[in-house]
Design a protein around this ligand. Sequence first.
Ligand code: HEC
Length: 153
Amino acid sequence: MIKQKKLLALISLFIGFLVFFSVLLLKEIWIPPSAEAHKEPHTPQQLKAFQDQFMAMVIEGDKLFHGGGSVKLSKTGMACAMCHPYASDTHPHEFPKYQEQMGKFATLRDMINWCIEKPNEGEKIDPESDAMKALEAYIYWSNKGSVLDPGRH
Ligand code: HEC
């Protein structure tokens, strides 16, 4: 009788371990590592560093938008801000969308380059450049709170 009980206890222990390790294994298989990234909450120092970098881009974008900054975006003497004061009518929340004047489906960066080339008669900038990212940062920051409405006209 006692022997049987011992055997039963051993079997349950074995099954217990089996279930435990299966769950561990399944978790590894089912949850891709990327889904578990950033599990650790950011420290206040990290958050401040992120925010500082964001605001540095916004400030550079502000300069570019007003005709300053490191890259020349206009050959007419007109700065973005003269037609779009405080980034008005730039509608970042509506992109991507079909743009009639380009005859194509466009992103915000495409439209920034369109304005550099057409009204500003300048030279298009690299869509991956820091200047483009800065303009994008300034335009988004200026339109904070706008509700995303991609495709809208
Ligand atoms: C001379 C005036 C003028 C200047 C300068 C100008 N734009 Fe524009 N911009 C326009 C006009 C007009 C439109 C509207 C085009 C349309 O949607 O038909 C426009 C549209 C845009 C849009 C898209 C808005 C939308 O919803 O389609 C963005 C973004 C934009 N401009 C960014 C810029 C940036 C960045 C600069 C500076 C590099 C700039 N613009 C300079 C006149 C200007």
